[in-house]
Ligand binder design. Structure first.
Ligand SMILES: [Zn+2]
Length: 373
């Protein structure tokens, strides 16, 4: 008979259980047991552990991590446009493949509502975007030509982060396979960003009273100037940006904590700096929710990057951030942010790895084994 072992209350999911069995024949039999148990849960996680192996070798986690996508809403761009719009579809395909081995549930992003957008953006700006009254200059600053489809896409890519944020409070963690449009200000867009999805999602959770303090960990290679400006006077939101000093935007806005990095910064220096910030400078343990912008653009081959991280370095970065969130029992919302490598497969590799690491964190596999016992 399978044995059920309760987890300690400090664990990520407060009521999750371990389901131990004397002998597990293979993964398929484990999945059958999990499938029958799954009906019983939401906010319940089950592990299947062979009692003869250490807990860190647990091979199964059977609660799906929810991941939202918005790429099915086309972003019309003129031929030769430098924004790599195709990366999102490629990423969803990769994640769909990953979902055969990791339990990931893919969901279509809902559109952000006007009452959510106006928690951050001025009504006049939202109306201008919706109705196509952006000037030539405003469109140039954004970098996308206005179209009805472009509006629909931007509403979805903002709504996906809002939805992921709501889910993260239930499940502990959720992902949006887009988002991270951190150059959008209250009344203007910039640098491929129309609405500031993370800011809208953070304000939505705060308004609903579901969280009291939020941290934004922005590891995109470009400074999160819009986010910094939006929350400058808002003590409930701690903004952190670690970025290339000589990158766009050239006029930066002050976050609560900014770490500008010199050109060519590599894995070792980057990870050491990030670890130190996470350990000593970020109030993660005081927060109810963390938004993590896992930009793929610190990658060495990125066209707009200027830093020199490898794919392994970026994966180590994701692990560092998510392990910190897990250990602090803080809900985490992961968004993709930028990525401009000439080979779209490189961008998809990096983002897909982020999603896989998120699924591991969701499954508790990034947590140290001692914490499980
Ligand atoms: Zn970027």
């Amino acid at each position: 008979m399978p044995k059920t072992v309760e987890c300690p209350p400090t664990y990520w999911f407060h009521h999750c259980r371990f389901l131990s069995v004397e002998k597990i024949e293979n993964d398929a039999s484990a999945r059958r047991i999990a499938a029958s148990e799954r009906r019983l849960r939401y906010r319940r996680a089950y592990y299947i552990v062979d009692v003869s192996t250490p807990v860190d070798l647990a091979f199964g986690f059977y609660q799906e991590m929810r991941a939202f996508y918005s790429d099915v809403f086309e972003l019309p761009l003129p031929p030769g446009h430098r924004f790599p719009g195709g990366k999102y579809r490629l990423l969803r395909q990769r994640v769909s493949e990953l979902s055969r081995v990791l339990d990931i549930e893919l969901l279509e992003a809902p559109a952000a509502r006007t009452d959510e957008l106006t928690l951050v953006h001025s009504s006049a700006y939202v109306q201008k975007v919706r109705e196509g009254h952006l000037s030539e200059m405003e469109q140039r600053r954004i970098g996308f030509p206005w179209s009805r489809k472009m509006v629909q896409r931007c509403l979805r890519s903002c709504g996906g982060t809002v939805a992921a944020a709501r889910v993260a409070l239930e499940d502990g963690l959720a992902v949006h396979l887009a988002g991270g449009t951190h150059h959008a200000f209250t009344d203007a867009g910039q640098g491929f960003c129309v609405f500031n999805d993370v800011a809208v999602a953070a304000r939505t959770l705060l308004k609903d009273g579901r969280v009291h303090r939020v941290a934004i960990i922005d590891c995109d290679v470009h400074q999160g100037n819009g986010t910094a400006a939006i929350f400058r006077e808002d003590d409930r939101v701690f903004t952190f940006s670690m970025h290339g000093d000589r990158n766009f935007p050239f006029r930066k806005c002050d976050s609560d904590l900014d770490i500008p990095l010199p050109d060519g910064t590599g894995d070792a220096e980057y990870l050491e700096t990030l670890q130190s910030a996470l350990n000593h400078q970020l109030p993660i343990a005081d927060c109810d929710c963390v938004f993590y912008l896992a930009g793929a653009d610190p990658y060495v081959d990125d066209r707009l990057g200027r830093l020199s991280l490898t794919k392994q370095g970026l994966a180590a970065r994701d692990q560092l951030v998510l392990r910190t969130c897990c250990q602090a029992d803080v809900a985490a919302v992961i968004v993709m942010a930028g990525g401009y490598a000439p080979n779209l497969n490189d961008i998809a590799d990096i983002h897909a790895r982020t999603v896989a690491i998120s699924a591991s964190a969701h499954g508790g596999l990034l947590r140290s084994p001692e914490a499980l016992l």
